[in-house]
Design a protein. Sequence first.
Length: 128
Amino acid sequence: MSREIISTDNAPAAIGTYSQAVKIDNTVYLSGQIPLDPQTMELCSNDIREQIVRVFDNLDAVTRAAGGSLADIAKLNIYLTDLKNFPLINEIMADYFQQPYPARAAIGVSELPKASQVEMDAVMCLSD
C-alpha cells in the first residue's frame, strides 16, 4: 500500500490538523473545501453562488494536484447551511461535471467553518 499527502498552493491551505488530500494506492480522499480564496485565505464572498463556484474550483485544484480531475470523483459530499440552495448546487455542478455523475450526498448542517454556507469533500479514484 502506497500513501502520499497531496498539497497545492492553488487551493486553500489546511486550517487545522489535516491534509488537503491523502492518496492511498489509486484512491484519493479529499478533505472538505470551503469557499476560501487560496491567496488570501478569506471567504471569497457572502454570495452563495460565488461560494459554490469557489468550492468546486478548490476541489478541482486538489484533484489536479493528485493527478486526476473532477471527472475522477466517485463520491461527493455536499454540506449546506440552507438546503434551499440545493437547486443552485445542481445548476452549478452541471458546469463542472458531465455524465456519468459521481455518487453524491447533500446534507443540511447548522454551521460550517469560517461562517461559510457550503463545504464539499470527495473520494476520487484514479486509473492505473
